[in-house]
Design a binder for this molecule. Structure first.
Ligand code: SF4
Length: 372
């Protein structure tokens, strides 16, 4: 069966959840109101991973709208995406990396998404002219890698992907390409039912190294089907890396997070980053974990890993750069280090901040030498 046909069976309306969630009329209307702002689309496969007897089921939390999404505290662009946009759909924040927003579509609209402002809603921020984006990259020789993202990069057709890969793989200045997709987790059929896609990636990987970057957040997402998708990518020579988001009520427990990291390493997916959830409107207040607590959870989860599983960094994508959260210093202050910096003066800079117990983010003015 064609993966596009399967996606058409996604659950997109509150009414479809009525039976399984036992929504009453009033609750259903409230959920519908949330969906006017933030759409829902859940593949039947992902829905089947939910234990409906558990109202706190972590999979449910990531895909089913919650009334907490009405809290608009925070902002929609927390890491300066607008100010780093050079052309529609092309961001250039760190010298060596270009980011292409190739589509606004995803197989599933994650409730915790930091691009909630656009996924499933608007094409305004996606690349409308890939040739111009390619010209920009060619003119900026400092760019040595490109991340094709979105939305979900694998929601593009094979033809569109081939065009991107064809153009980018012929640029000598690039060392490698990354494809950002959550399909191995939320909709593995995009890979398992499309050998043509895997062949395509394999072919271009021979020209330019391709890394697939995905996002497993809980070990319940590691299933026979997702493992099969990962295996097909690995067999084709594609490296698969994982970026987990630390999410309250999903993986904010050392055993849960540690179990996930172990499970990933066991199927050949290398944990790469653990992201501090961003203070995004409709997301932050119910998904963020305080940094002090997060650092403790991550450290304990790390201690459960072997060397491979310990290679990841716990980071926040801040407006001033990707900041690694190192851990608490003996005087109680938290140590941070710029892993990637927007401003040259911040490159590799280590700094300490006395955090509040419930503090979940660093204010723009508190860090960033470029600000001073
Ligand atoms: S797949 Fe990625 S981009 Fe799409 S909604 Fe989920 S987190 Fe956001």
């Amino acid at each position: 069966m064609d993966w596009r046909e399967i996606l058409k069976t996604n659950v997109t309306h509150a009414g479809e959840l009525e039976d399984i969630m036992h929504l009453n009329g009033e609750h259903e209307q409230e959920v519908e109101r949330i969906l006017e702002r933030f759409p829902m689309s859940v593949p039947r496969y992902y829905l089947s991973l939910i234990d409906w007897n558990n109202p706190k089921d972590p999979i449910r939390r990531m895909c089913i709208p919650s009334l907490e999404e009405n809290d608009m505290t925070g902002k929609f662009d927390t890491s300066g995406e607008a100010e780093n946009t050079r052309l529609p759909g092309l961001q250039h924040k760190y010298g060596e990396t270009a980011l292409i927003l190739s589509t606004h579509r995803c197989a599933m609209y994650c409730r915790h998404c930091f691009r909630k402002r656009l996924v499933g809603i608007s094409e305004e921020e996606t690349a409308d002219n890939f040739e111009k984006a390619a010209d920009y990259i060619r003119e900026h020789k400092e760019i040595s890698n490109v991340l094709i993202s979105g939305g979900d990069a694998l929601l593009n057709s094979n033809e569109a992907l081939e065009h991107f890969l064809d153009v980018l793989s012929s640029m000598e200045q690039l060392d490698f390409l990354r494809i950002g997709t959550r399909t191995p987790v939320t909709f593995p059929f995009r890979i398992t039912l499309d050998p043509e896609l895997v062949e395509l990636l394999k072919r271009y990987d021979r020209k330019k190294k391709i890394y697939v970057v995905t996002q497993f957040n809980h070990s319940a997402e590691i299933t026979e089907e997702s493992e099969k998708a990962v295996r097909m990518l690995l067999d084709a020579g594609i490296s698969v890396k994982n970026q987990t988001v630390l999410l309250r009520g999903v993986n904010d427990d050392p055993d849960v997070l540690g179990g996930l990291l172990k499970g990933l390493t066991a199927i050949g997916v290398i944990p790469y980053y653990i992201f501090q959830c961003r203070p995004v409107s409709g997301v932050g207040t119910h998904f963020q974990v305080p940094i002090l607590k997060g650092a403790e959870i991550v450290e304990r989860a790390k201690q459960m890993q072997n060397g491979f599983g310990k290679g990841f960094k716990y980071v926040m994508s801040h407006r001033t750069g990707k900041i690694e959260i190192l851990g608490a210093w003996e005087d109680g202050r938290m140590l941070f280090k710029y892993h990637q910096a927007k401003y040259d003066a911040d490159r590799g800079r280590i700094f300490a901040v006395k955090l509040g117990e419930n503090q979940t983010w660093l204010p723009d003015g508190l860090c960033g030498a470029g600000e001073v």
